[in-house]
Design a protein around this ligand. Structure first.
Ligand code: TXA
Ligand code: MG
Length: 313
């Protein structure tokens, strides 16, 4: 694990230099660890796709460190600007129209006329982006379709030494990828559920946020393929009890072999989810995984979304 480095000021400075030189740096955000490169470096962006085994039609999120940079980088109308002022930094990604003169590498946008942008709420991520001096494109730092990483060790277990540097900033506090909304049409469309819930966005915007039409073979968000976050073992949801061959992930009063949150706290459950899925996969006593019912409201929608994709064969 010689490419894992503590996220000290000095190492963040070195990591920024790696990005400027066209390398790949994995870094913590409040959601999950990202695999970062300069959005302006074609070879580095291409290497992200290669290392992850990611299809080239799946675009990347640009991470910025300053809300005021948003209107320079993409077409941000009044609605987008208001959302940015309210929720950035934070686990919300905005899909906006790309300006004609935006020099981002086309592969980063997968050839689309839109561009997705977020400002992570994490000290290490923000300092890295600021010191690199460029927007940093970063998908989750794992092999495509597998469980997203919430610790530096998870990154190493998935990508090994194909990453130039892994900045270790501890466990990610949110634990689920950002909420993604598409602002390019008249209606706001929810492309991926996350910590910032649809209800919260609707209350702020005072308008409906419509779930994406959900045709999984032609998704509006190209990364929303149905099979994603896959565990190696078969996974069953809404399991009040586990069979003898199932490792049971509990929630609330259903204790299980590991409990996502004994007090039934959805934020705590989200923060544990990916780590517990990995542990369930890694232990050798049970060939299958069962997960207790999780309520569907609020953050529960995002947790159930990830579980549904993980359970899909
Ligand atoms: O929390 C996060 O968003 C993490 C951390 C590292 O920031 N990043 C992340 O990236 O989850 P990734 O690449 O694993 O997921 C990005 C999703 C994909 O489903 C992709 O298809 C979608 O965002 N996406 C990116 N740009 C898009 C665009 N212009 N239009 C529609 N969907 C887009
Ligand atoms: Mg991902």
């Amino acid at each position: 694990m010689k490419n894992i480095h503590a996220a000290t000021a000095r190492n963040i400075g070195r990591a920024a230099e790696v990005i400027q030189a066209g390398g790949l740096v994995a870094f913590p955000t409040e959601t999950v660890y990202g695999l970062g490169a300069s959005v302006y470096n074609p070879a580095a962006v291409a290497r992200i796709f290669k290392v992850k085994g990611r299809p080239a039609f799946n675009p990347l999120i640009s991470h910025i460190a300053d809300v005021d940079f948003l209107p320079e980088y993409a077409q941000a109308d009044a609605r987008a600007t208001a959302l940015a002022r309210r929720f950035m930094p934070g686990p919300l990604t905005l899909v906006l129209n790309r300006t004609d003169d935006n020099p981002a590498v086309d592969l980063a946008c997968a050839g689309l006329r839109t561009i997705s942008v977020r400002m992570p709420d994490h000290r290490v991520a923000l300092e890295l982006i600021r010191r690199a001096g460029v927007p940093v494109v970063a998908p989750s730092a794992n092999v495509s379709t597998t469980i997203s990483p919430t610790t530096a060790r998870h990154v190493f277990d998935s990508l090994g030494e194909n990453v130039d540097m892994i900045l270790d900033g501890g466990a990610c506090p949110v634990g689920l990828e950002s909420t993604i909304i598409d602002l390019t049409g008249p209606q706001v469309v929810l492309l991926r559920s996350g910590f910032i819930t649809r209800e919260e966005l609707e209350a702020f915007l005072n308008e409906k946020v419509v779930p994406s039409s959900g045709n999984p073979s032609a998704p509006k968000s190209p990364g929303q393929m149905l099979r994603h976050y896959a565990t190696r073992k078969p996974l069953r949801m809404n399991a009040e009890r586990a069979a003898a061959d199932e490792f049971h992930i509990g929630f609330g009063a259903i204790a299980g072999d590991l409990n996502l949150s004994a007090s039934g706290d959805l934020a705590e459950a989200a923060a544990h989810l990916f780590d517990y899925l990995r542990r369930a996969d890694a232990q050798s006593r049970h060939p299958k995984i069962a997960v207790a019912p999780i309520p569907g409201e609020g953050l529960g929608a995002a947790i159930n979304d990830r579980l549904t994709r993980a359970s899909c064969k």
